[in-house]
Design a protein around this ligand. Sequence first.
Ligand code: SF4
Ligand code: SF4
Length: 722
Amino acid sequence: MIQTAQDMKTYKDRIKAALGNQFLRKALDNFASAYKVSRAKAFEGIDLDALKDQIAEGKDQALTQLESLFQQFKAGAEAAGAIVHLAATAQDANEIIAKIGRDNGVKTIVKSKSMTAEETHLNDHLETEGFKVTETDLGEWIIQLRHEGPSHMVMPAIHLSRRQVGTLFSDVTKTPVDLEDIDRMVKVARKELRPAFLAADMGISGANLAIAETGTLGIISNEGNARLTTTLPRVHVALVGLDKLVPDLSAALRIIKVLPKNATGQALTSYVTWITGAVECAASATGKKILHIVFLDNGRLDLARDPVFSEALRCIRCGACSNVCPVYGKVGGHTLGHVYIGAIGLILTYFYHGKDNARAIVRNCLNCQACKSVCPVNIDLPYLIKKVYANILKDEGAKPAKNTVLSAVMKNRRLFHTLLKLASTLQKPLVQKEAGVLRHLPFIFGKAHDFRTLPALAEKPFRDQWPKIRPRIINPAYRVVLFGGCVVDFVSPEQAISLVHLLSSHNVQMEYPMGQSCCGLPAMMMAEEETAMEVAVQNLEALEPERYDYILVLCASCGSHLKEGYSRLLAKKPEMAGKLRILHDKLIDFSSFMVNILKVTPEDFLQNQARVAYHSPCHLCRGLGVTREPRELLKTTGLDYAPCKDEDVCCGFGGSYSLEFPEISSEILRQKLDHVENTGADILVTDCPGCVLQLRGGMDKRNSRIQVRHIAEVVAANLKNP
Ligand code: SF4
Ligand code: SF4
């Protein structure tokens, strides 16, 4: 049985152990790099966004009629000779399958890969009932021999090296196996598994698709084992989640079009098997296959009716949300999941395996949006992860003290800002003045936080400087309002001052309303939705978006939260709908404003050709969908832009994430900084003050010569006529 950490202390120990596994990280890293390239190639020439929308819409439609689709499937499949069951719970499904085995005199079972069977812990149940079960997917067989669960939904043994597998096979076969010869190992597996297929009384499979119109199962696989499992033995049992029901073949084919491409970057899988009813079977006394199809509810019908979480049931189990997750890449699926792995695992664990198994793992999300961007059915995974965390806090009725404090402070802007100013005064003995960083970390931080220097709070926040520096432009070309966010305002006011210079030199009037506060994203990250909503209302009222041509942000995270997060948070506040729509339409990031609105040209800048690398913040490239403009702006400014590996991979900051999981944050940062140093750049540029904080702190800690700057600073520094 899989053991998942149920408290943070145990979870931290697991994380430490996972981070100590060098092979795991290398294997996941190599796979992630290769996956990106092959996925992009596989989707070449396909309008992926349109296809995603179509599939998501089709799945949502099917989810509203699961019961009738089930009845339709049952009628079709039974007319063709199958027997169809509906199991309300995992235990029911296991008992139904065991009974089928007993009723048919089954002793030995072969099984092909099925996440649904992992969900019900079917093997454990059948073995307790006295059946001999052999997994026949190579990866599943390996983890069965090791008594482990899968560490990836598509590649269950990705955490193991060939040497580990070779040693295992040597032990199992009692014959030495060459630890480097993968072909030989595959042959060993084939030799061991063939007799199991031939002797098996029953085959158990899952199914990727269940077509209601015809009562047909669709199984997609890369190994021939699924076909052998479903054809050779006289009894076949398919265990299928109700969420696999689709109305017709067209809907099924759309899913097949994306599944292998998104899962592993393959254009096609090796096998697509369609099964309609009981076919001829030489091993059966009647000459006909005994086919049972067991549909599993296990909470799916309730989930399908949930207005927030139903979209989780769109999942087609491609595993891509693990492939791109920076946290998964560092700790692997045994640490970032229970039975289901990765981003979707953090959500489904709560519904299928309970809050105790979800409690710790659900907090391990950076909110980097990588999973959401790669999901072929548009599930808003980071949002649902936060909602699961909120549900767990609610279920347990006890919030961490930091949540209570944060909520009280954030709701009261004046108190919040007074405390920040007080902290700025109190920090003075700790500040290294020339560098603007803290010499010593405050005692609340442990050794694990020592991977970056922390910036000091500004002596004078931007809001206190603003009345003196506010420019007055006669006949401005545009009137814009800056939403600063906490880091710009209280830590890095120089970024906003650079913006003031740039805008003034381009005849733009900027305003900075004092009523604005934190955007509220930290509250969302801590699942304090009510606080986040109150803060959103305060900011919308303070910004008065209707008075300006644009609402400018220097912080990609604030911008993405203002644009997308506020729409969700304020959906039930019709009185805010007008302001919200205007905010949504007028909000723009710094680089897009410079490139698309001001249309700056090389003549505006010095063209000093300093070599710069670029880090693309998660909430800019994925949250706001801005990718071209910052790079174009750097070139226009006359800087020598040096592309860097994995520019769009998270820096590991994630706001409070880097405080809660410094062990993982530091590893993600280390890799990012290595890539940047490999470019030979003198300056690292990015468009998010949070990323600046993380990247600069990391560079500082490794005594690197590379300076880290917000893009507004480097662009302003290159102005010809400041
Ligand atoms: S948001 Fe990022 S860190 Fe969180 S689960 Fe998705 S990919 Fe992983
Ligand atoms: S949530 Fe999306 S990306 Fe993750 S496994 Fe499911 S379909 Fe694939």
